[in-house]
Design a protein around this ligand. Structure first.
Ligand code: NAP
Ligand code: GLV
Length: 314
């Protein structure tokens, strides 16, 4: 067996190669940046490889994506039809829950206002609701959304979820599909977005959706938190919604164009918290051991929970 390791040029491939070599047992580890025998490759571990790179591998048996989202990979129309697996891993999940919880609390505890007050040395105590008075809605109640939901519920927020199926998630009110969206938004003060980017979800975060969020809550206005993908959001609509008060604040980790250009008007907005697609980083220390286990399980013919459904695109 030989594993081809291929990743975007801005990623440092060395620590991944080193760890795969250390934990990969008998598996030969091939570096996609150097010449290799295409016929030898049986598995590939990839993050945004150059389009077409996986097309010429006659003996490829499976592809392992080094992140949770597979939108970039599926955009490559030459991608071989072998099983495609994504990351489901406690390390990645807890990183996302840290980021989401931080952002929810940042807006809930009115930090944008306190930071502005600090800048002018102003001592003003703002009215602070309790967490139990605030409704968080999680758009995309999958592996990551459910973990965030658990932690936010433990803090005391009223948490509900929206998913494609609307399938029950124990302990949470769930909404599903197009019909469930309006009632879900109408009960949501802080909207957390953890959807995959697919044909159906592209551009879903627009002016109309923001206008449907609750306006009868204990916060000054609705808050948007997006760590899904930039393609989910219409950035001009976010700016307009922040400017006219449809949104009171937002935290965004993912953008239509990454890296976000320095002259993008999102950067200086005082009600926006921006991070450079770091909500839940993939790290070799966190993920390689699990991928090696997945490859072994795949070879034993086991069914893995992280198989991507190419029909739905996630
Ligand atoms: P997941 O387990 O596949 O969950 C996806 C959720 O979205 C599911 O609840 C699914 O509904 C729902 N969904 C999909 N299409 C929908 C639609 N058209 N309408 C309504 N709901 C829909 O994925 P995950 O592991 O939680 O990851 C979610 C996303 O997070 C990834 O795809 C990736 O884009 C993003 N991500 C970002 C970072 C970062 O650093 N910013 C890191 C990791 C992941 P069902 O439950 O009915 O299937
Ligand atoms: C990161 O964005 C991922 O999809 O894991």
């Amino acid at each position: 067996m030989a594993l081809l390791v291929a990743m975007a040029r801005h990623w440092d491939a060395e620590p991944w190669l080193e760890r795969f070599r250390r934990l990969g047992g008998d598996m030969e580890i091939l570096d996609a940046r150097k010449p290799y025998d295409a016929a030898a490759v049986t598995h590939a571990a990839v993050w945004k490889p150059d389009p077409g790179m996986l097309a010429g591998l006659p003996n490829l048996r499976a592809i392992f994506n080094l992140g949770a989202g597979v939108d970039a990979l599926l955009a490559d129309k030459t991608l071989p039809g072998v099983p495609l697996y994504r990351i489901i891993d406690p390390d990645l999940t807890s990183r996302m829950t840290e980021w989401v919880t931080l952002q929810v609390l940042f807006h809930f505890r009115q930090m944008p206002d306190y930071l502005a007050q600090q800048a002018r040395a102003a001592w003003e105590q703002l009215d602070q609701p309790g967490a139990h008075e605030v409704r968080v809605g999680i758009l995309g109640m999958g592996v990551l959304g459910r973990d965030c939901a658990e932690v936010l519920k433990r803090i005391g927020f009223q948490v509900a979820g929206w998913s494609r199926s609307g399938a029950a998630v124990e302990g949470f009110e769930m909404f599903g599909g197009a019909d469930g969206l309006a009632p879900f938004l109408a009960r949501t003060d802080i909207l957390v977005v953890l959807l995959p980017l697919t044909e159906t979800t592209r551009g879903i975060l627009d002016r109309k959706l923001f206008a449907g969020l609750a306006r009868d809550g204990r916060l000054p206005g609705p808050v948007l938190i997006n760590a899904g993908r930039g393609g989910l959001q219409v950035e001009a609509d976010i700016l307009a919604a922040l400017d006219d008060g449809t949104l009171a604040g937002a935290s965004i980790d993912v953008f239509e164009t990454e890296p976000l250009p320095a002259d993008n008007p999102l950067w200086p907005h005082p009600r926006l918290v921006l991070t450079p697609h770091v909500a839940a980083d993939s790290t070799p220390e966190g993920l390689v051991a699990g991928i090696v286990r997945d490859i072994a399980a795949f070879e034993r013919g086991e069914t893995l929970p992280n198989l991507v459904d190419r029909a739905t695109g996630y």
